[in-house]
Design a protein around this ligand. Structure first.
Ligand SMILES: CSCCC(=O)C(=O)COP(=O)(O)O
Ligand SMILES: [Mg+2]
Length: 230
């Protein structure tokens, strides 16, 4: 019996194009000014720059060099925890100033509410920082969805393609692996979750459906058919 739904964001609850064509360019444009204004006296920003310097080998006092590294990581869609933390801080300003409104698929909006009301516990696992996750669900075009979620996990718990990350989530949740349904559009993430014993549904929102033994869904209404069965 599935009691917990753990969901990815990009390509699952929100479109890939919102993340790549709106959020990433916004971060790329605003990160330089954001960092230059804070790198000396904001401990949260300084701490993330320490991590960028360590990972990249660029000198810690070379702020322009660190900004260049971050811009490159955005272009490459690198899931670096420090980048994700800084992006979350920049997006917070954008959402609060009304410059950003998040996309959520209509079916995701409908079924997140239904599943919550039905007593399922809902959690998020995304490469975006927990702050960014709360923002994307808090400032959608359809309203605030954060009341439906019981918790959030980011790459602080481990990478999304590693089975140990899902084991860590299970031990945080204190539930049996088989009672958790993980939703994602990325097959390697589903494989890792399955290795940890979770059930999975593969969201394929566009294009041909893959030939696979996995449960595949076009949208959350189809995921719901699986939830009603198990
Ligand atoms: C949390 S909103 C921004 C999403 C993001 O930065 C990202 O890299 C997408 O990762 P996901 O694990 O949701 O595919
Ligand atoms: Mg995804």
């Amino acid at each position: 019996m599935i009691r917990v739904v753990l969901t990815d964001i990009e390509g699952t609850t929100s479109s890939i194009s919102f993340v790549h064509d709106v959020l990433f360019p916004y971060a790329s444009e605003h990160l330089p000014g954001f960092i230059r204004a804070r790198y000396q006296d904001n401990p949260a920003v300084a701490g993330q720059l320490d991590a960028v310097a360590e990972k990249s080998g660029v000198a810690r006092d070379d702020v322009d060099g660190l900004i260049e590294v971050l811009q490159g990581w955005i272009r490459e869609d690198r899931k670096e925890t420090a980048l994700k933390a800084l992006q979350g801080m920049v997006w917070e300003q954008g959402y609060q100033q009304g410059e950003l409104k998040a996309h959520i698929y209509a079916d995701a909006a409908e079924y997140l509410q239904r599943w919550h009301d039905r007593g399922l516990r809902l959690f998020v696992y995304s490469s975006g920082s927990v702050k960014a996750q709360k923002l994307i669900f808090g400032f959608t075009t359809e309203g605030d969805f954060t009341p439906f979620f019981s918790g959030y996990f980011d790459t602080g718990i481990g990478g999304k393609k590693e089975a140990d990350s899902y084991r860590n989530i299970l031990s945080e949740l204190g539930v049996e692996a088989g009672t958790v349904l993980f939703l994602s559009d990325v097959e390697a993430e589903l494989e890792a979750a399955e290795q940890a014993g979770m059930q999975t549904a593969w969201l394929v929102r566009e294009g041909d459906l893959p030939e696979t033994g996995r449960f595949v869904a076009r949208d959350f209404a189809e995921v719901d058919t699986l939830l009603q069965k198990r």
